[in-house]
Ligand binder design. Structure first.
Ligand code: NCD
Length: 308
């Protein structure tokens, strides 16, 4: 079998994605059954950019499967600081590990790594481009909360330009029937044109609005909040101007549908007030737990380990 990597959520067909989510569901129900499925396996987490959830959840996922982890958590603490290329680094890591998750500030860096790798490479976030494992997490969460992935009206709010989780989620959900999007952002932070064109091409209904108010939230099944991606701004003044553009607080959530769930890939800055955390519709901490199951299922899938 050819080596498989995960660069974009579209690398998996809808059928493969469903199978992966089903596997994640089986893991959630009976984690003990999977606790030795990766005995003797190693995941390398190569993180050239900061991360809490993604890196730790990959490591937790591998440990829950009985495997081990190694890696680095910043470019400064790796040979990148000495000028080593991603291609060389992955050639080296292929000798140490069975699978690798890479996060990099440059778009396409994990793809370059995959071309030189002898082990599966997972894109754990490349610049402002894609974040496929967050999308698997989001889809598993949505499916668990709503019982389906089709026939949903999804609001995405915040930095839709640089927010890679948004790009991957739109592309993935666009493959399901009956999906529509409400894209809520400041003018300057609207989705990139390649994402807009892909929705147009597939005839996906979407609207682009600036305000997060009662009429915007009406009929939403999911409101996906995101932070303004400070590290991708060219100038601090623009960031400061936009950072508190949206704040979802209890008062605002009062205006939202009673069956609308709030998701956020985290970290949150100010865009969701802490007084929302206790609302039963706030699902962002549950989402974190689903991230571990999704990554466990992904590791098993890419390592082609079948569990009867
Ligand atoms: C996201 C990311 O890194 O793109 N975080 C994450 O992986 N959960 C979102 C963000 O950083 O805002």
């Amino acid at each position: 079998m050819a080596l498989r990597h995960l660069m974009s959520p579209l690398d998996f067909t809808v059928g493969e994605t469903e199978r992966l989510l089903d596997l994640a569901g089986r893991i959630e129900k009976d984690p003990g059954k999977f606790s030795h499925t990766c005995d003797g396996k190693i995941i390398a987490t190569l993180f050239y950019e900061p991360s809490t959830r993604t890196r730790l959840s990959f490591e937790a996922a591998m440990m829950n499967l009985g495997g081990k982890t190694l890696g680095f958590h910043s470019a400064d603490s790796s040979s990148a600081a000495k000028g080593e290329s991603v291609a060389d680094t992955i050639r080296i890591v292929s000798c140490y590990a069975d699978i690798c998750a890479m996060r990099h500030p440059k778009e396409g860096a994990p793809l370059v790594a995959s071309l030189h790798s002898r082990i599966p490479v997972i894109n754990a976030g490349d610049g402002g481009h894609q974040h496929p494992t967050q999308t698997l997490t989001d889809m598993l969460t949505i499916r668990s909360l709503k019982g389906r992935l089709g026939n949903l009206r999804i609001g995405l709010c915040g930095d839709l330009k640089f927010g890679r989780t948004v790009h991957s989620l739109i592309e993935s959900l666009s493959r399901y029937e009956g999906i529509s999007f409400v894209l809520i952002s400041p003018e300057e932070l609207r989705v990139p044109s390649y994402v807009r064109e892909s929705m147009l091409e597939k005839n996906i209904p979407f609207t682009e609005v600036v305000r997060l108010d009662e009429s915007t939230m009406a009929g939403l099944d999911i409101l996906y909040m995101t932070r303004v991606q400070r590290e991708r701004f060219f100038n601090e003044a623009d960031y400061v101007r936009m950072k508190d553009f949206y704040i979802l607080d209890r008062e605002k959530l009062e205006l939202a549908p009673k069956d609308m769930f709030v998701l956020h890939p985290l970290p949150r800055v100010n865009e969701i007030s802490v007084d929302v955390d206790d609302d039963p519709r706030a699902a962002y901490f549950r989402q974190v737990q689903y991230g571990v199951y999704a990554r466990m299922a992904l590791i098993l899938t890419l390592l082609e380990i079948e569990v009867a």
